[in-house]
Each structure stands twice: as structure tokens, then as C-alpha cells.
Design a protein. Structure first.
Ligand SMILES: Nc1nc2c(c(=O)[nH]1)N[C@H]1C(S)=C(S)[C@@H](COP(=O)(O)O)O[C@H]1N2
Ligand SMILES: [Mo]
Length: 393
């Protein structure tokens, strides 16, 4: 499945050439971003930062197939990514509180029962650039998310092969990326032992039937359906079973949210009970019309987009053409499983003066997108009903 070749990503080092730019309509600051095609395996992507790369998927990409093409899947690294991986020499180690520590080649791993799941990979800080008052961090628009069909093996089966010993509390994951400065914390993330063994968490090597692009974690990554992408460790090469909670930086200090279901505190609040971010709430995005577009006048406007339920499926999507005063139910497209994007389409009545379009998803778990935005200092877990303004010529 994985070609026996090395991936080189030298062009990413050379300094991208910027041709076009994209307006993300961010309220708090400069909102134009350049587009680049200079990253390996990637088509035109919105540059938020070149190294370590933060590349955003343009919204129009989500208006196509519900599976985001691999060459448009967003990219986020905390530290410079591994630019060269030899898939033959590569080993995945499993250690800590296990009966039989493992060192698995890709071929050995791929002999375990294989499976597939379609799931949305969404950064905890997706849409952070829309958060008001403004918060620090990558000023993403809505494109720090992507949907893909992932192929791999169950984490549970790998752990069973190693034999988890009594007293296991969490499973910690790390990848090939190393911090460039001494003393900076290696990117490590952990899941509770029961979650790690739920049969859904997966070690994947393919995205939409092709090997993972190097910037998306070649040769292996963790897939944690329904959970924010911070847990989806890329270039995964080490798994450790711990007999205590993980107190290292990326679990204990970073990616903490207010300990309430909306991850919400009053703007400016610094001290609050916090917990590691986890499951995703429902979201929906209008993709058929760009924010700020000007169209020929029509009293009824066709509106389409994508929704996902977060940690459950999409029960329904409503669309409004008048800023939320009136709503109509949307038709839902193909159901590719409860963790996938789901297409929606509707027609809404709009005023001659302009349309204020909104979409509002309800998850199978009964969670509805709120009309007012949450706020937390990390700008995490935004899921407010978003607005697309359209003018008529
Ligand atoms: N090894 C490694 N894995 C990682 C990260 C990282 O910095 N290093 N970042 C995480 C975060 S915060 C996100 S949003 C996703 C991004 O996945 P993508 O680049 O494939 O879109 O990778 C996750 N996995
Ligand atoms: Mo992220």
C-alpha cells in the first residue's frame, strides 16, 4: 500500500512564491492571506505560516465532494515536520505498561485486520480568526478542517498485541517531529485507556485511498473520530501505555478549555476550571457562496454547504436567508457515517437589499449550534452559527 520511496519536501524550505491571495474576512486584523502551491503533495493552499507550516483549505474546496481531496487537506504542525521518512526502516514502537513491547514495521502493522472510517479532521482552533474579542494563535478562517476516508488498523488490536497490563491509565502518542530548540516540549498527546481501546480510534496510513501526504503525517497517523485534531498525532512512531495521567506540556498546559459543554467563559476571563479539549460540537458552513459575494438578483437563492455533527451524526440542518428570522429545513446529502461531512442544500427567500445567510446544524445527539459565540482564551471549539453576506447587483 505504501510505496517504497522516500518523500522529500525541499521545495517547502526554499520559501514559497505567492501569486494570489484570499480574503478570510477576519474581524480583528489583516485578513488577506497568500495562496501557495509550494508544499509537497499540495495544491493551492492559504498560507497562515510557512514553517512550521499552517496551511488552510480554501472554503470553495468544501463545495465539491464531501471528501476533501488530499492535495487540499489543511496542514498544521507545531514544530518543523519530518521532511524525509524511509518507510522500510520505519518502526512503530509500543511500550510502557505492556506485557510485550513491540517494534512494528509498516508491513507487520498492515497484517492486522484493516478497516476504514470517514471522519472530519478539525483543528481545535479552526475559525479562531473570527473570535471576538480577538485571541492569540493562528488566525484561521474556517478552513482548518477537512474530511477524509481513513484506512488503517484499530489501535485496540495493536494494544492487544502488546498486552496492556493492569493499572494502565492513559495511552500516549508521539511522532517523528522534534522541537528545534533544546528544552521545548516534544508534541505528545494522550487518550484515556478506555477511549484508546474503544475500537474506533485508528492508526491510519491512507487518506482517501492514497498514502498520507508527508505534511499530513506519512507514514502513519492516529485518527480519533469525533475528537479535535490535536489528538490525531501525525508521523506516529511511538505509543506508550502509562500507569498515571500524562502531566506533560501538550496535555497538562496546552489545549485546555473551560470545563463546561460550550467551552465558554466571559471574554477576558483568565482563571477558570479547565479540562483538556475533547469531542467536537456540531458545525455547518455555507460553501456554495463566498462571504461578501455579489450575485444577480433573485428572490429565492439556492444555498448549499457541509455540516458535521461532531461526535455524532447530522440529524438536520436549517438555513436562513434573513439573518436567522426565518429558517427552512435543508435536504441532506449522502450519509457517509456519523463522523463525516454531510452535504446540505436549500432554497431561501432573500431581500432585494441583500441576503444574510446562515446554516444551523443539529447533531444526532440533539446538540444545536448556538446563535451566540462561545469565548475562551485559546479560541477553541467555536461552533456558533456562521454568517455569509451576499449582495445583489
Ligand atoms: N506529530 C504531530 N502530530 C500532530 C501535530 C503536530 O504538531 N505534530 N499537530 C496536531 C494538530 S494541533 C492538528 S490541527 C492536526 C493537523 O492535521 P493535518 O496537518 O493533517 O491537517 O495534527 C495534529 N497532529
Ligand atoms: Mo490543531
Amino acid at each position: 500500500m505504501i510505496a517504497r520511496r522516500r518523500f522529500l519536501a525541499l521545495s517547502a524550505m526554499a520559501g514559497p512564491a505567492f501569486a494570489q491571495s484570499v480574503d478570510l474576512h477576519l474581524p480583528g486584523g489583516p485578513s488577506l492571506r497568500p495562496l501557495t502551491t509550494d508544499f509537497p503533495g499540495k495544491g493551492p493552499m492559504i498560507v497562515q505560516r510557512t514553517m512550521a507550516p499552517l496551511l488552510e483549505t480554501p472554503m470553495a474546496v468544501f463545495d465539491g465532494d464531501i471528501l476533501t481531496p488530499n492535495d487540499r487537506h489543511y496542514v498544521r504542525w507545531h514544530w518543523p515536520f519530518p521532511t524525509e521518512v524511509d518507510p522500510v526502516a520505519f518502526r512503530l514502537t509500543v511500550g510502557g505498561r505492556v506485557a510485550r513491547p513491540l517494534s512494528l514495521s509498516l508491513a507487520e502493522l498492515q497484517r492486522l485486520p484493516q478497516g476504514e472510517i470517514t471522519a472530519v479532521n478539525q483543528c481545535s482552533g479552526n475559525s479562531r480568526g473570527l473570535v471576538t474579542p480577538r485571541v492569540a494563535g493562528a488566525q484561521w478562517g474556517h478552513g482548518a478542517m477537512a474530511n477524509a476516508r481513513w484506512t488503517g488498523v484499530r489501535l485496540r488490536d495493536v494494544l492487544a498485541r502488546a498486552g496492556v497490563r493492569p493499572g494502565a491509565v492513559v495511552v500516549r502518542f508521539g511522532g517523528l517531529d522534534v522541537p528545534p530548540v533544546a528544552g521545548a516540549p516534544q508534541f505528545l498527546k494522550s487518550l484515556a485507556i478506555d477511549h484508546a481501546q474503544d475500537g474506533e480510534v485508528m492508526i491510519a496510513w491512507a487518506m482517501n485511498g492514497a498514502p498520507l501526504p508527508i505534511v499530513n503525517g506519512f507514514p502513519l497517523r492516529l485518527v480519533v473520530p469525533g475528537w479535535f485534531a490535536t489528538y490525531w498525532v501525525k508521523a506516529l512512531d511511538r505509543i506508550e501505555v502509562l500507569d498515571r495521567p500524562d502531566d506533560t506540556y501538550w496535555m497538562a498546559k496546552a489545549y485546555k478549555v473551560p470545563a463546561n459543554p460550550a467551552a465558554d467563559v466571559a471574554p477576558g476571563t483568565k482563571d477558570f476550571p479547565a479540562e483538556p479539549i475533547g469531542r467536537m460540537p456540531p458545525r455547518s458552513f455555507i460553501t456554495s457562496i463566498a462571504d461578501g459575494a455579489v450575485r444577480a438578483w433573485t428572490p429565492r437563492l439556492a444555498v448549499g454547504g457541509v455540516a458535521f455533527g461532531g461526535d455524532s451524526g447530522v440529524r438536520g440542518v436549517e438555513v436562513s436567508g434573513d439573518g436567522g428570522a426565518n429558517w427552512v429545513p435543508a435536504r441532506l446529502g449522502v450519509d457517509a457515517g456519523r463522523y463525516s461531512f454531510r452535504r446540505f442544500d436549500a432554497e431561501v427567500a432573500v431581500a432585494r437589499a441583500g441576503a444574510v445567510l446562515m446554516a444551523r446544524a443539529t447533531s444526532d445527539a440533539g446538540r444545536v449550534q448556538p446563535m451566540t459565540a462561545n469565548w475562551n482564551p485559546g479560541g477553541y471549539a467555536r461552533n456558533v452559527v456562521e454568517t455569509v453576506r451576499v449582495g445583489f447587483a
